[in-house]
Each structure stands twice: as structure tokens, then as C-alpha cells.
Design a protein. Structure first.
Length: 256
């Protein structure tokens, strides 16, 4: 059986890569809501593309007002199905990309695909979709169905899941969430999402860093009202280990 499954996987490899490329080239960063697109037009376009591919491969789908959708393999009660949860939204691009973030650059010499969303989390959705296809084509006898759930706001607060619950939908009792590395997590304790407000005082006029809460900022900019030489002296006295953690530190004098 293992050899047969490996042959099926090998036969689908190029199609899986092409599907993922197409999805990576479809930006899906949250934006202002629009009719039937609660997380913006780009996320809605990505959701429609994923559902189109699910239906093309012969799976029945259901969509819930642009918040979330799923594709099903097999029959049975919803709560008895094995759920595979993956999300199609991505975090903002940010700076410093060597390759275009939505270019889906394929480096065959390294067997690597580069782009925003390759790892988090469109590849997991593609893997789940083609796993369902392999189960069907291999004719594996199943006591329960498999439900591939398409999330659209995992990066921005899980409003998609909250909306589905509010609609009265019951989630399957058992789920796989391919959104982390090994070892496998049984559960996570939760998440705290808050804001701390501290007024700028003294020499600090402003501090700006990052664009979303769940991504480590690539850079931070502080505006300080102080003598430039005093600022340079303070940085020079800092512990080198602390500066190394900060990365590149630049001091700019607006007066030239």
C-alpha cells in the first residue's frame, strides 16, 4: 500500500506545485470589508479560487457569506467527519524581499517555492486537498467523511470561526490543524491579544514599528528630541550584545 500511495503522490507532485503557485500569486491580505467579502476583495478572490479548485477536483463545497467555506469527501454527520483546518489569508508583505512576495518563485535546484503564504498556510490547504483526492482515488474505505475547512482570518483574530459558530454550525469533534512544525501539538492554551498605551515623554517624540500585531517588526523608528552627539554617545555605551539583537542601528540627523 505504501508504494502505491507514493506512486500517486509522485504523479500529483507537479499539479500540487502548480496549484500552490497559483494560490501564492493571489494576494490575500485582509482589507476593508465589502459585500459578501468581510475581509476584503483579495481574500474573497482567494477563497473563490480555492473553492473553484476543490470543485474542479470533484469535491462538494459550501461557503458561508465569505467568512469561511469547506470541501467534503465522503458522507455522514458533520460532527463525525475528520476536519482539516487551514487558512488562506496571509500577513502583510513587509520589506526586504529578495524575490517578489507574490511571484511564487520556484527554485528547482533547491526544491523550494518562495512567496508570502507558502509556509503559512496555503501549502497546508493544498496538501489537505490532494490528500483527500488520494484517499478517493486509492479507494480507501472510510467510516467517516473528511472536511477541509478554508479559514480566511486566522492572521487577524479568527473572526471567520466566530462567524461560523454564530451561524449555528457545529464543528467536527476531531480536527487536524497543519499550521505548525513537529512535534505534534495536542492543544494550545490560548492567545492574549491586547494593546499597551504609553505616552511619549521626555526626549522621545514618537516610536513606530510594524504593521500588524502578530508579526515581529522588521524595523523600528524612534524620533528623539536631543543633541545628536548625545544620542550617538548613548548608543556607543550600550552593551554590544544588546545592539546585536537589535540588528542594524542607524542614527539620522534631520538637520543634516
Amino acid at each position: 500500500m505504501t508504494e502505491q500511495l507514493n506512486r500517486i503522490i509522485d504523479s500529483l507532485r507537479d499539479e500540487m506545485i502548480d496549484t500552490l503557485k497559483k494560490w501564492i500569486m493571489t494576494p490575500s491580505v485582509k482589507a476593508d470589508p465589502q459585500p459578501n467579502a468581510p475581509f476584503g476583495a483579495d481574500v474573497r478572490k482567494m477563497l473563490d479560487l480555492a473553492l473553484e479548485d476543490c470543485e474542479r477536483l470533484g469535491f462538494k463545497t459550501e461557503e458561508f457569506d465569505g467568512y469561511i467555506a469547506h470541501a467534503d469527501l465522503g458522507e455522514g454527520d458533520d460532527y463525525e467527519a475528520l476536519a482539516i483546518l487551514a487558512h488562506l489569508d496571509v500577513v502583510p508583505v513587509g520589506d526586504g524581499w529578495v524575490y517578489p512576495p507574490f511571484g511564487a518563485t520556484w527554485l528547482p535546484e533547491h526544491d523550494v517555492l518562495i512567496g508570502r503564504g507558502v509556509d503559512d498556510n496555503k501549502s497546508a490547504f493544498v496538501a489537505g486537498l490532494f490528500a483527500m483526492r488520494m484517499l478517493r482515488e486509492f479507494g480507501v474505505p472510510m467510516r467517516h467523511g473528511v472536511r477541509l475547512i478554508c479559514g480566511t482570518s486566522e492572521e487577524t483574530g479568527m473572526q471567520d470561526m466566530a462567524a461560523l459558530r454564530k451561524m449555528g454550525h457545529r464543528f467536527p469533534d476531531t480536527s487536524l490543524v497543519p499550521d505548525a512544525g513537529f512535534p505534534v501539538n495536542y492543544a494550545q492554551k490560548g492567545m492574549i491579544d491586547g494593546a499597551i498605551t504609553i505616552p511619549c515623554q521626555g526626549h522621545l517624540l514618537s516610536l513606530d514599528a510594524g504593521s500588524v500585531r502578530n508579526v515581529i517588526p522588521a524595523k523600528a523608528v524612534a524620533v528623539i528630541a536631543a543633541d545628536i552627539n548625545a544620542v550617538r554617545a548613548a548608543v556607543a555605551q550600550a552593551d554590544p550584545a544588546d545592539l546585536q539583537q537589535l540588528g542594524d542601528v542607524s542614527i539620522l540627523d534631520p538637520a543634516g
